[in-house]
Design a protein around this ligand. Sequence first.
Ligand SMILES: [Zn+2]
Length: 470
Amino acid sequence: MLRVYNTLTKKMDEFHPIHEKENRIYMFVCGPTVYDYPHVGHARSYVAYDVIAKYLRYKGWSLFYIQNITDIDDKIINRANETGKSWDEIARTYEKEYHKAMKKLGVDAVNLYARATEHIPEIIDQIKRLMEKGYAYETSDGVYFDITKFPEYGKLSGQKLEDLQAGARIEVNENKKHPYDFALWKKAKPGEPSWPSPWGPGRPGWHIEDTAISERYLGQQYDIHGGGMDLIFPHHECEIAQMEAVSGKKPFVRYWLHNGFIEVNGEKMSKSLKNFWTIDDVLKRVRPEALRYFLLSTQYHSPIDFSEEALMQAQKTWEGLARTIRKLKKLTEKGKEGKPRQEIKEELEKLGKAWEEAMDDDFNTPKALAVLHDWATLVNREYDGMSREEAKQALELLERWDSVLTLFRPVFQGESDEELVDGLMQVLINVRQKLREEKKFDLADRIRSELGKLGIQLNDKGKETSWERV
Ligand SMILES: [Zn+2]
């Protein structure tokens, strides 16, 4: 029985989706605001929900999983103004970077990515209904949600409206009736991107895009909403207010799941603290599977302490497991014939059960990875006496787990010489560097173009050269 920690009930709940009989689950996770390169915090969140989605499918549920893409926002407009580019050029550029990074990390469980700007009619329609029901009002600069009309505001974060007022840390806006009223529609200032609406040209507030998108594809009530812990308040609180006010149905979402932060020396990783790593920064040091392994080594609720050493250690551990898998794979082809032993079968079954128990315990990936290490211990211990059939059974179990964890795809797909490729690429890069120093640019360029033909791109940054498959 799967149990999940539910932020709404503040306890471990047995998991029963709304359409349990039909075997269906609907899930929504807050997608990125696309104004910059994706960072390790994004990787953490989206790897976590990728594993959650894949585990639910592994358990036999038919899951529909949506992520929104916030492609209009103050941050995007600011970035556009700073760089002299248009808002949509910024948004499309970084949306592409986001998808590129997710693909590298094996994040591929999302069924639909929905852009905010492609759902303006749904957003306007929802705001209109909120106004008709008396939950929203128009001012000179926008349309706001009136939180005094929704007494349950604060139920997700466990805060009372009175307490919120005491610790007010929000922007002062004299147009609003209450300091915590939030914008549903922002009227355009001169030069800002805008869409026509009954309240004049403008753009949607952040919170309304999620509920407009989820209402369209998932209905007024659905099963799982995920996101980072920093989104509980006010973002998810506002989503609940909007949707429960519009529909009159409770709860808007049954299970609210939230992932912890990435920390560096006990502080939250953030741009302002300059302790910040983009996904690309990390992938210059380790392979994507190692970053994924590192992220899954901590339960998704808990904060992760990020350091280069921990990352390198994760890569080492990953390599060890990969070696065992490669070895076993060979045995499935060249191993001896023979009937599989009952005790091996039983041990594999026990491991299979333990792994599911770990995942049923609120997707406890560190426990699941510990089972994976027990599996490797078994394989290494029994290797010499293992028959082809036994090797196949052991490998099949791991492949099933990896349909969820997505850590060893390249190994299964036969990328067994990855370490060798890495080494050879480093030799080529060093030789090319030497040639360039000696001003033999024609030869250096030839290395680049020949590698290009093999689908390998060299990236020069100052004196450093990195490579990637394109
Ligand atoms: Zn969101």
